[in-house]
Design a binder for this molecule. Sequence first.
Ligand code: SF4
Length: 492
Amino acid sequence: MTSRTDSQSEVNTEEKAEARDNTRKVFVRTYGCQMNVYDSDRMTDVLASEGYTAATSLEDADLVLLNTCHIREKAAEKVYSELGRIRKVKEERAKNGKPMMIGVAGCVAQAEGEEIARRAPIVDLVVGPQSYHRLPKLLGQAASGTKVVETEFDIDAKFDHLSEQAAAPVRKRPPAAFLTVQEGCDKFCTFCVVPYTRGAEVSRSVSQIVTEAEQMAAAGVREVTLLGQNVNAYHGEAEDGSVWGLGRLLRRLAEVDGLDRLRYTTSHPRDMDDDLIAAHRDLESLMPYLHLPVQSGSDNILKAMNRKHTRDEYFRLIDRIRDVVPNIALSGDFIVGFPGETDQDFEDTMDLIRRVEYGSAFSFKYSPRPGTPGASMEAQVPEDIKSTRLAELQALLSDQQRAFNASRLGMTFNVLLEKTGRQPGQLVGKSPWLQAVQLDAPETLIGSIQAVEIVEIGANSLFGRLIGGQDESVQARHKAGPKVLKEAAFDA
Ligand code: SF4
């Protein structure tokens, strides 16, 4: 499971567009997790090479792409309503002689396939997450009047093509960016659609990832978050034919010049191996933050969810991680009201949260996803009970998050400054523990890592002040090159 964002992605490829027909504009609307944000970026890269530039609004677009998410409740219905709104824009443009093509991508496209074309005739193209590299060809077919539905699971072809993309000159990137290293999942948790929409676990090769990371660093990226639905199940092939786990991959990426910060998400407790835990100990650039969803603190519910571990195993894992990185911020996902959840099961979850003490977390009421085993389980929990439990659980998690944030007051640490804030003269950055930090600083410092003292704690972010100049350890590391500061426990 992953955290959620809604964003709009834009193409910024003026140079290429000038050399081609630059009249076509694309508007990409992204729903869901960071992997969709990453995929939207890749789609815009592919389209940029075809001469598409960013539309400033939906009305201005020759091509509209909805990159959809299936995690949300009634996800497909929400897509159909959005398509209803877009239909009016398409009709309005048609009156003025301006055609508009509409594509649906992402997990809803994968899950619904032909059904989208049937229910929403305005849609020209339905494309699943593994086929984005074929967009130009598919758009060509759609432009000739053929309804295109492409939901093949040929993930290797996608990754190969992404690699070619990475080798091309890249547009300037923000200081923090995502990099997909793995897709799909073999775990089949009984509440989750991912194994059905994204398919089996597949890992990109080490060389593809390193090449893309080097390109990103050259384009200004300082922090990379490695993405995968089950990212710590990563098992990519290296050039010598050996298979690397995530820990070893992180050690290699820590050597990429210019990448000062590494993160990864989302992890499964079963795949948190010794090498990955040791990487947290050995790599200064690996941030002390770990999103490690447990979903429930009850063994009965963990079993019903097919999570493949017990609460005690989770506790032991947390102990091992904290032995190595005592200051790590732990984050999690929780589902309340899974079928069969009793008061005692819920109390077990509350007890687990009290014992672990999270720095942040995402929590949701269980809602059945069509086609998953959970949807047909008996003993579905009534909505009012789910709501009461969720409120209680979120109050506890909020208390823990406030306490964790408050513990940073008066501390000085490095902050990666990422963008301007809402107030004039304000910048927003990220702490090592993934907290938003706001401070007054000139825009010229965007993209730099600065030592910041925390002077105030807000509801959702920290407020700090620059204590002068770029942090010396960062400068030193730039001069020194590779950022493996301690001896690696596992030889690369
Ligand atoms: S581990 Fe479970 S929740 Fe996470 S993607 Fe796989 S099936 Fe879904």
